[in-house]
Design a protein around this ligand. Sequence first.
Ligand SMILES: NC(=O)c1ccc[n+]([C@@H]2O[C@H](COP(=O)([O-])OP(=O)(O)OC[C@H]3O[C@@H](n4cnc5c(N)ncnc54)[C@H](OP(=O)(O)O)[C@@H]3O)[C@@H](O)[C@H]2O)c1
Length: 335
Amino acid sequence: MMVKAKVFIYNKEFDGLPKEGDLIIKEEDLPPLKDGEYLAEAVYLSVDPYMRAYAPSIPLGSVYIGSQIAKILESKNSDYPVGRYVVGYFGWRSHTVHDGRTPEAPANFPAPFLIPDLGDVPLSYFLSILGMPGNTAYFGFLEICQPKKGETVVVSGAAGAVGNIVGQIAKIKGCKVIGIAGSEEKGKWLVDELGFDHFINYKTDDLDETLSQVAPKGVDCYFDNVGGETTATVIQHMNEYGRISLCGSVSSYNKKDRSVRIPLFLLVAKQIKAEGFLFYRWVDRSLEGVQQNLKWLQEGKLKYRETVTEGFGNTFKAFVEMLEGKNVGKAVVKV
Ligand SMILES: NC(=O)c1ccc[n+]([C@@H]2O[C@H](COP(=O)([O-])OP(=O)(O)OC[C@H]3O[C@@H](n4cnc5c(N)ncnc54)[C@H](OP(=O)(O)O)[C@@H]3O)[C@@H](O)[C@H]2O)c1
Protein backbone atom coordinates (compact mmCIF):
# COMPACT_ATOMS: atom_id res chain seq x y z
CA MET A 1 0.00 0.00 0.00
CA MET A 2 1.42 3.42 -0.98
CA VAL A 3 0.62 5.90 1.77
CA LYS A 4 1.12 9.63 2.17
CA ALA A 5 1.65 10.81 5.76
CA LYS A 6 0.94 14.28 7.04
CA VAL A 7 3.64 15.46 9.44
CA PHE A 8 4.28 18.57 11.54
CA ILE A 9 7.81 19.87 10.93
CA TYR A 10 9.67 22.06 13.43
CA ASN A 11 10.14 25.07 11.16
CA LYS A 12 11.07 28.02 13.35
CA GLU A 13 12.51 28.08 16.87
CA PHE A 14 9.86 28.81 19.48
CA ASP A 15 10.22 32.20 21.12
CA GLY A 16 7.90 32.34 24.12
CA LEU A 17 4.50 30.80 23.53
CA PRO A 18 4.65 28.84 20.20
CA LYS A 19 3.19 30.77 17.25
CA GLU A 20 1.52 29.89 13.93
CA GLY A 21 4.25 29.05 11.43
CA ASP A 22 6.68 27.68 14.04
CA LEU A 23 5.47 24.24 12.97
CA ILE A 24 4.32 23.55 9.42
CA ILE A 25 2.42 20.59 7.97
CA LYS A 26 4.05 18.67 5.12
CA GLU A 27 3.21 15.51 3.22
CA GLU A 28 5.61 12.60 3.14
CA ASP A 29 5.55 9.46 0.96
CA LEU A 30 5.97 6.43 3.16
CA PRO A 31 8.13 3.57 1.84
CA PRO A 32 6.70 0.05 1.34
CA LEU A 33 7.04 -2.16 4.44
CA LYS A 34 10.21 -4.19 4.96
CA ASP A 35 10.25 -7.38 7.03
CA GLY A 36 9.75 -6.54 10.73
CA GLU A 37 7.89 -3.28 10.03
CA TYR A 38 4.27 -2.21 10.37
CA LEU A 39 2.18 0.72 9.16
CA ALA A 40 0.04 2.54 11.74
CA GLU A 41 -2.50 5.34 11.42
CA ALA A 42 -2.85 7.93 14.19
CA VAL A 43 -6.15 7.86 16.09
CA TYR A 44 -5.26 10.12 19.06
CA LEU A 45 -2.30 12.45 19.43
CA SER A 46 -1.04 13.58 22.82
CA VAL A 47 -0.07 17.19 23.48
CA ASP A 48 2.12 17.57 26.56
CA PRO A 49 4.21 20.26 28.27
CA TYR A 50 7.48 18.32 27.73
CA MET A 51 7.11 19.00 23.99
CA ARG A 52 7.70 22.69 24.78
CA ALA A 53 10.36 21.99 27.43
CA TYR A 54 12.44 19.85 25.06
CA ALA A 55 12.17 22.32 22.11
CA PRO A 56 15.73 23.70 22.48
CA SER A 57 17.12 20.20 21.82
CA ILE A 58 14.95 19.45 18.75
CA PRO A 59 16.65 20.05 15.37
CA LEU A 60 14.82 22.42 13.02
CA GLY A 61 13.44 20.52 10.02
CA SER A 62 12.60 17.39 12.01
CA VAL A 63 9.15 15.94 12.70
CA TYR A 64 7.90 17.34 16.03
CA ILE A 65 8.22 14.98 19.02
CA GLY A 66 5.21 13.33 20.63
CA SER A 67 3.29 10.19 21.41
CA GLN A 68 0.10 8.88 19.84
CA ILE A 69 -2.31 6.00 19.73
CA ALA A 70 -2.30 4.47 16.27
CA LYS A 71 -4.16 1.64 14.59
CA ILE A 72 -2.07 -0.94 12.78
CA LEU A 73 -3.19 -1.03 9.13
CA GLU A 74 -0.58 -3.34 7.65
CA SER A 75 2.13 -5.48 9.24
CA LYS A 76 5.21 -7.54 8.52
CA ASN A 77 5.88 -7.96 12.26
CA SER A 78 3.93 -10.68 14.10
CA ASP A 79 4.29 -8.79 17.42
CA TYR A 80 2.21 -5.95 15.91
CA PRO A 81 -0.86 -7.52 14.25
CA VAL A 82 -3.22 -5.66 11.93
CA GLY A 83 -6.23 -4.15 13.72
CA ARG A 84 -4.51 -3.70 17.09
CA TYR A 85 -3.73 -0.30 18.61
CA VAL A 86 -0.31 0.81 19.71
CA VAL A 87 1.02 3.69 21.87
CA GLY A 88 4.20 5.02 20.30
CA TYR A 89 6.48 8.05 20.42
CA PHE A 90 6.23 8.44 16.64
CA GLY A 91 6.02 12.26 16.61
CA TRP A 92 3.26 14.44 15.20
CA ARG A 93 2.42 12.34 12.17
CA SER A 94 -0.75 10.88 10.68
CA HIS A 95 0.86 7.65 9.47
CA THR A 96 4.00 5.86 10.59
CA VAL A 97 6.12 2.98 9.38
CA HIS A 98 7.85 1.53 12.42
CA ASP A 99 9.83 -1.53 13.42
CA GLY A 100 8.55 -1.76 16.99
CA ARG A 101 11.82 -0.79 18.62
CA THR A 102 12.57 2.16 20.91
CA PRO A 103 12.37 5.49 19.10
CA GLU A 104 15.49 7.69 18.99
CA ALA A 105 14.07 10.83 20.56
CA PRO A 106 13.52 11.93 23.20
CA ALA A 107 16.27 9.69 24.60
CA ASN A 108 15.11 6.73 26.67
CA PHE A 109 11.41 7.10 25.95
CA PRO A 110 9.59 3.76 26.01
CA ALA A 111 9.26 1.46 23.02
CA PRO A 112 5.81 1.14 21.39
CA PHE A 113 3.25 -0.57 23.63
CA LEU A 114 0.46 -2.76 22.25
CA ILE A 115 -2.83 -1.78 23.91
CA PRO A 116 -4.71 -4.66 25.57
CA ASP A 117 -8.44 -4.98 24.86
CA LEU A 118 -10.16 -3.71 28.03
CA GLY A 119 -13.72 -3.55 26.77
CA ASP A 120 -15.33 -0.25 27.60
CA VAL A 121 -12.21 1.65 28.74
CA PRO A 122 -11.78 4.62 26.35
CA LEU A 123 -8.80 4.15 24.04
CA SER A 124 -7.52 7.68 24.71
CA TYR A 125 -6.99 6.78 28.39
CA PHE A 126 -3.78 5.04 27.29
CA LEU A 127 -2.35 8.52 26.65
CA SER A 128 -3.56 9.75 30.02
CA ILE A 129 -4.67 7.95 33.17
CA LEU A 130 -3.55 4.51 31.91
CA GLY A 131 -0.48 5.89 30.18
CA MET A 132 2.43 8.21 30.80
CA PRO A 133 0.63 10.84 32.94
CA GLY A 134 -1.00 8.11 35.06
CA ASN A 135 2.31 6.43 35.77
CA THR A 136 4.00 9.78 36.36
CA ALA A 137 1.42 10.50 39.07
CA TYR A 138 1.45 7.00 40.57
CA PHE A 139 5.22 6.46 40.82
CA GLY A 140 6.33 10.08 41.06
CA PHE A 141 4.04 10.75 44.01
CA LEU A 142 4.06 7.46 45.92
CA GLU A 143 7.75 6.61 45.50
CA ILE A 144 9.18 10.06 46.15
CA CYS A 145 6.69 11.66 48.56
CA GLN A 146 5.95 8.43 50.50
CA PRO A 147 2.70 9.98 51.80
CA LYS A 148 1.30 8.90 55.16
CA LYS A 149 -2.30 8.96 56.34
CA GLY A 150 -3.27 12.31 57.82
CA GLU A 151 -0.47 14.25 56.14
CA THR A 152 -1.06 17.46 54.19
CA VAL A 153 -0.26 17.29 50.47
CA VAL A 154 -0.04 20.23 48.06
CA VAL A 155 -0.23 19.65 44.30
CA SER A 156 0.52 22.39 41.76
CA GLY A 157 -0.78 22.11 38.20
CA ALA A 158 -3.55 20.31 40.05
CA ALA A 159 -6.22 20.23 37.33
CA GLY A 160 -3.93 18.98 34.59
CA ALA A 161 -3.26 15.48 33.28
CA VAL A 162 -0.84 14.48 36.06
CA GLY A 163 -1.87 16.76 38.92
CA ASN A 164 -5.48 15.69 39.26
CA ILE A 165 -4.44 12.03 39.55
CA VAL A 166 -1.82 12.86 42.19
CA GLY A 167 -4.44 14.63 44.29
CA GLN A 168 -6.90 11.76 43.98
CA ILE A 169 -4.22 9.20 44.92
CA ALA A 170 -3.35 11.36 47.92
CA LYS A 171 -7.02 11.24 48.97
CA ILE A 172 -7.04 7.44 48.54
CA LYS A 173 -4.02 7.35 50.89
CA GLY A 174 -5.93 9.33 53.52
CA CYS A 175 -4.18 12.69 53.13
CA LYS A 176 -5.53 16.23 53.24
CA VAL A 177 -5.13 17.60 49.71
CA ILE A 178 -4.71 21.18 48.52
CA GLY A 179 -4.70 21.80 44.77
CA ILE A 180 -3.21 24.87 43.07
CA ALA A 181 -4.42 25.73 39.55
CA GLY A 182 -5.34 28.65 37.31
CA SER A 183 -9.14 28.95 37.12
CA GLU A 184 -12.24 28.79 39.28
CA GLU A 185 -13.78 26.21 36.93
CA LYS A 186 -10.80 23.94 37.59
CA GLY A 187 -11.08 24.53 41.33
CA LYS A 188 -14.75 23.61 41.35
CA TRP A 189 -14.00 20.34 39.57
CA LEU A 190 -11.17 19.49 41.99
CA VAL A 191 -13.19 20.16 45.15
CA ASP A 192 -16.76 19.25 44.14
CA GLU A 193 -16.08 16.23 41.97
CA LEU A 194 -12.63 14.88 42.85
CA GLY A 195 -12.78 15.44 46.61
CA PHE A 196 -9.81 17.78 47.05
CA ASP A 197 -10.04 19.51 50.43
CA HIS A 198 -9.03 22.97 49.20
CA PHE A 199 -8.30 24.81 46.00
CA ILE A 200 -6.06 27.85 45.52
CA ASN A 201 -6.19 29.93 42.32
CA TYR A 202 -2.57 31.03 41.83
CA LYS A 203 -3.71 33.79 39.45
CA THR A 204 -6.12 35.52 41.81
CA ASP A 205 -5.44 34.36 45.39
CA ASP A 206 -2.53 35.28 47.63
CA LEU A 207 -0.87 31.86 47.76
CA ASP A 208 1.17 32.56 50.88
CA GLU A 209 -1.75 33.88 52.89
CA THR A 210 -4.19 31.20 51.69
CA LEU A 211 -1.76 28.39 52.47
CA SER A 212 -1.45 29.71 56.04
CA GLN A 213 -5.24 29.48 56.33
CA VAL A 214 -5.86 26.09 54.70
CA ALA A 215 -2.69 24.33 55.90
CA PRO A 216 -2.25 25.72 59.42
CA LYS A 217 -0.21 22.66 60.44
CA GLY A 218 2.12 23.05 57.44
CA VAL A 219 2.71 20.97 54.33
CA ASP A 220 4.25 17.49 54.45
CA CYS A 221 4.35 16.59 50.74
CA TYR A 222 4.53 18.81 47.70
CA PHE A 223 4.07 17.44 44.17
CA ASP A 224 5.44 20.16 41.93
CA ASN A 225 4.31 20.46 38.32
CA VAL A 226 4.96 24.16 37.83
CA GLY A 227 8.12 25.40 39.60
CA GLY A 228 8.77 29.15 39.80
CA GLU A 229 7.29 31.46 42.40
CA THR A 230 4.60 28.94 43.33
CA THR A 231 7.25 26.46 44.42
CA ALA A 232 9.29 29.08 46.25
CA THR A 233 6.16 29.99 48.24
CA VAL A 234 5.04 26.42 48.99
CA ILE A 235 8.51 25.59 50.37
CA GLN A 236 8.04 28.33 52.99
CA HIS A 237 5.07 26.34 54.34
CA MET A 238 6.71 22.93 54.45
CA ASN A 239 7.20 20.98 57.65
CA GLU A 240 10.37 19.40 58.92
CA TYR A 241 11.18 16.20 56.99
CA GLY A 242 8.82 17.25 54.19
CA ARG A 243 9.15 15.63 50.78
CA ILE A 244 9.01 17.36 47.41
CA SER A 245 8.51 15.47 44.18
CA LEU A 246 9.87 17.62 41.35
CA CYS A 247 7.83 16.54 38.36
CA GLY A 248 7.99 19.58 36.09
CA SER A 249 8.24 23.35 35.92
CA VAL A 250 5.73 24.36 33.27
CA SER A 251 5.76 27.99 34.47
CA SER A 252 9.23 28.33 32.90
CA TYR A 253 8.93 26.37 29.64
CA ASN A 254 8.03 29.39 27.48
CA LYS A 255 10.86 31.44 28.99
CA LYS A 256 14.45 31.73 27.78
CA ASP A 257 15.73 32.16 31.32
CA ARG A 258 14.35 29.20 33.26
CA SER A 259 16.12 29.99 36.53
CA VAL A 260 14.14 30.84 39.66
CA ARG A 261 15.24 31.75 43.15
CA ILE A 262 14.33 28.82 45.37
CA PRO A 263 15.07 29.24 49.10
CA LEU A 264 17.49 26.31 49.29
CA PHE A 265 18.48 27.08 52.86
CA LEU A 266 14.93 26.27 53.92
CA LEU A 267 15.44 22.75 52.56
CA VAL A 268 18.48 22.42 54.80
CA ALA A 269 16.90 23.98 57.86
CA LYS A 270 13.76 21.84 57.59
CA GLN A 271 15.63 18.71 56.44
CA ILE A 272 13.40 18.45 53.37
CA LYS A 273 13.97 15.89 50.64
CA ALA A 274 13.43 17.30 47.12
CA GLU A 275 13.91 14.86 44.27
CA GLY A 276 13.46 15.26 40.53
CA PHE A 277 12.34 12.30 38.45
CA LEU A 278 11.37 11.21 34.95
CA PHE A 279 8.52 8.75 34.63
CA TYR A 280 10.58 6.17 32.77
CA ARG A 281 12.68 5.53 35.88
CA TRP A 282 9.96 2.96 36.69
CA VAL A 283 9.52 1.68 33.13
CA ASP A 284 10.08 -1.91 34.35
CA ARG A 285 7.11 -1.51 36.72
CA SER A 286 4.87 0.36 34.29
CA LEU A 287 2.23 -2.40 34.23
CA GLU A 288 1.88 -2.11 38.01
CA GLY A 289 1.00 1.58 37.66
CA VAL A 290 -1.44 0.98 34.80
CA GLN A 291 -3.15 -1.90 36.61
CA GLN A 292 -3.50 0.00 39.90
CA ASN A 293 -4.87 3.13 38.21
CA LEU A 294 -7.28 0.94 36.20
CA LYS A 295 -8.46 -0.78 39.39
CA TRP A 296 -9.06 2.55 41.14
CA LEU A 297 -10.84 3.81 38.02
CA GLN A 298 -13.12 0.77 37.94
CA GLU A 299 -13.81 1.07 41.67
CA GLY A 300 -14.80 4.72 41.14
CA LYS A 301 -11.93 5.90 43.39
CA LEU A 302 -10.30 7.73 40.48
CA LYS A 303 -12.29 9.94 38.14
CA TYR A 304 -10.95 11.29 34.93
CA ARG A 305 -11.51 14.04 32.43
CA GLU A 306 -10.02 14.91 29.04
CA THR A 307 -10.07 17.98 26.84
CA VAL A 308 -10.40 16.68 23.30
CA THR A 309 -9.62 18.71 20.17
CA GLU A 310 -10.82 17.29 16.86
CA GLY A 311 -8.65 16.99 13.74
CA PHE A 312 -4.97 16.27 13.04
CA GLY A 313 -4.59 19.79 11.60
CA ASN A 314 -5.62 21.26 14.98
CA THR A 315 -2.80 19.58 16.93
CA PHE A 316 -0.78 22.81 17.10
CA LYS A 317 -3.83 24.71 18.37
CA ALA A 318 -4.44 22.04 21.04
CA PHE A 319 -0.77 22.22 22.07
CA VAL A 320 -0.81 26.01 22.52
CA GLU A 321 -4.15 25.93 24.35
CA MET A 322 -2.74 23.34 26.76
CA LEU A 323 0.25 25.59 27.46
CA GLU A 324 -2.21 28.46 28.08
CA GLY A 325 -4.10 26.36 30.61
CA LYS A 326 -7.31 25.89 28.60
CA ASN A 327 -7.33 22.14 29.26
CA VAL A 328 -9.01 20.46 32.21
CA GLY A 329 -7.53 16.99 32.69
CA LYS A 330 -5.54 15.55 29.79
CA ALA A 331 -5.31 17.44 26.48
CA VAL A 332 -5.60 15.07 23.50
CA VAL A 333 -6.32 15.38 19.79
CA LYS A 334 -8.79 13.04 18.11
CA VAL A 335 -7.58 12.63 14.56
N1 LIG B 1 8.83 14.06 35.22
C1 LIG B 1 8.11 13.41 34.32
O1 LIG B 1 8.40 12.28 33.95
C2 LIG B 1 6.88 14.09 33.79
C3 LIG B 1 5.91 13.38 33.05
C4 LIG B 1 4.74 14.04 32.64
C5 LIG B 1 4.59 15.40 32.92
N2 LIG B 1 5.57 16.06 33.58
C6 LIG B 1 5.43 17.48 33.94
O2 LIG B 1 4.26 17.59 34.73
C7 LIG B 1 3.69 18.88 34.56
C8 LIG B 1 2.22 18.72 34.18
O3 LIG B 1 2.12 18.01 32.95
P1 LIG B 1 0.69 17.58 32.38
O4 LIG B 1 0.94 16.68 31.25
O5 LIG B 1 -0.13 17.13 33.53
O6 LIG B 1 0.14 18.96 31.79
P2 LIG B 1 -1.21 19.69 32.18
O7 LIG B 1 -1.11 20.07 33.61
O8 LIG B 1 -2.36 18.88 31.71
O9 LIG B 1 -1.16 20.99 31.25
C9 LIG B 1 -0.32 22.05 31.50
C10 LIG B 1 -0.92 23.01 32.53
O10 LIG B 1 0.09 23.87 32.99
C11 LIG B 1 -0.51 24.99 33.59
N3 LIG B 1 0.31 26.17 33.36
C12 LIG B 1 0.61 26.77 32.19
N4 LIG B 1 1.39 27.85 32.40
C13 LIG B 1 1.57 27.93 33.74
C14 LIG B 1 2.27 28.84 34.59
N5 LIG B 1 2.94 29.88 34.10
N6 LIG B 1 2.25 28.62 35.92
C15 LIG B 1 1.55 27.57 36.42
N7 LIG B 1 0.88 26.67 35.67
C16 LIG B 1 0.89 26.88 34.35
C17 LIG B 1 -1.91 25.14 32.95
O11 LIG B 1 -2.91 25.01 33.97
P3 LIG B 1 -3.37 26.26 34.88
O12 LIG B 1 -4.73 26.67 34.41
O13 LIG B 1 -3.42 25.68 36.25
O14 LIG B 1 -2.37 27.36 34.73
C18 LIG B 1 -1.99 23.95 31.99
O15 LIG B 1 -3.26 23.35 31.96
C19 LIG B 1 4.54 19.57 33.50
O16 LIG B 1 5.49 20.38 34.16
C20 LIG B 1 5.23 18.43 32.79
O17 LIG B 1 6.43 18.82 32.19
C21 LIG B 1 6.70 15.43 34.01
